[in-house]
Design a protein around this ligand. Structure first.
Ligand SMILES: Cc1cc2nc3c(=O)[nH]c(=O)nc-3n(C[C@H](O)[C@H](O)[C@H](O)COP(=O)(O)OP(=O)(O)OC[C@H]3O[C@@H](n4cnc5c(N)ncnc54)[C@H](O)[C@@H]3O)c2cc1C
Length: 310
């Protein structure tokens, strides 16, 4: 089903105007910062049942959009397209499909874009991607792309109807030589056609504000949506921090380690920290908040409920 309209989200400026499918248009029309949620395609049917339950619980929070990740090495190719399409067309939430360069030729990327377009998806988060399991370095596929900026140019030229979102790294990408170079690379992604930036998660808002100031200073004008990941597991956050280059402030780390064996206490601290971050981000004029839900609903529901209506 190809529909250009989804149910009117609360945070649109006008209740009568047709809500746009493109996230850049949504953000431009929105009078308040957008709230969005990220999911990954589960491995099996049981995981999908649990995910749909999660989406059911999150839906009343009226997210501006949700995004669906693309598995390392393209492992979730069809699942990402199908899940993003189903969330938008059957559940009625505007969706963003992630897409990476890993293991794909231009022709394959073109075919995936056609599949997304046919499913009514108008938003793509275009990424270079991480190396598949067992490999340490990203290797460009013959006939494929070396950097996200090349993928973004390809999409913008081939399918200008897509809103292309891109990744930003408040603390610098883990493999970048320095933050100045990383920001220049981000500017190149905007110049290639990306119109919304979604950041890597961070635990210290000062990092986001510095990143935003430095980005604006070099002519990055695209909205910057702040990525937040409420901590639900100490081992999990340590693993993700090691992979992402984000840092955990010491007081938060000490508090989490003190209750490491108690899942509820860990989640409570993680939720409270993300809630304080959210309040501060909203007070400081952030364009949107993107919650890395890890396919769970509890922390995101608690935070958005405490924040009140968007
Ligand atoms: C919001 C968000 C969502 C994500 N979703 C997924 C997902 O669904 N699936 C997944 O596999 N991964 C995902 N990732 C992780 C991402 O794939 C990795 O961080 C990956 O290592 C970099 O991808 P990128 O698109 O940011 O790369 P790029 O923007 O291409 O940057 C990669 C590195 O190359 C450098 N660089 C860029 N251009 C140049 C150039 N011209 N010359 C030299 N160096 C350059 C950059 O500074 C950076 O160090 C996500 C990350 C974020 C922040």
């Amino acid at each position: 089903m190809n529909t250009e309209a989804v149910p009117t989200p609360k945070n649109l400026a006008s209740a009568t105007a047709q809500p746009p499918l493109r996230v850049d248009e949504l953000i431009a029309q929105s009078t308040v910062p957008t709230r969005s949620f990220e999911f990954f395609p589960p491995k099996d049917d049981e995981g999908f049942v649990a995910l749909y339950r999660t989406i059911d619980r999150l839906r009343p929070l009226q997210p501006g959009y949700v995004s669906v990740t693309y598995g390392a090495g393209g492992s979730t190719r069809q699942k990402t397209v199908d899940l993003a399409g189903r969330i938008q067309n059957e559940i009625g939430i505007r969706s963003v499909a992630h897409l990476t360069c890993v293991g794909h030729t231009r022709d394959e990327i073109g075919a995936i874009l056609d599949g997304l377009w046919d499913a009514g998806i108008r938003n793509v988060l275009a990424l270079r991607g991480d190396p598949p399991k067992g490999q340490t370095e990203f290797v460009q596929t013959e006939g494929g792309f070396a950097f996200a900026s090349e993928l973004i140019s390809f999409i913008a030229e081939r399918n200008p109807g897509f809103c292309v979102l891109t990744s930003g790294y408040p603390e610098g990408h883990i493999h970048c030589l320095n933050k100045v170079r990383d920001l220049e690379n981000l500017k190149a992604k905007q110049d290639a056609g990306a119109s919304v930036i979604v950041t890597q998660f961070f635990f210290d808002n000062a990092e986001l504000y510095r990143f935003r100031d430095e980005a604006r200073a070099i002519g990055i004008t695209a909205p910057i949506v702040a990525g937040l990941m409420p901590v639900v597991s100490v081992a999990g956050v340590k693993r993700m921090v090691a992979l992402s280059g984000a840092r955990i402030p010491n007081p938060l780390l000490v508090a989490l380690e003190k209750v490491e064996g108690d899942n509820d206490a860990v989640a409570q601290i993680g939720t409270e920290h993300a809630l304080q971050q959210s309040r501060d981000l909203l007070a400081n004029g952030v364009d949107g908040i993107h919650f890395y839900t890890l396919n769970r609903s509890r922390a995101t529901v608690d935070i958005c409920t405490a924040l009140g209506e968007p």
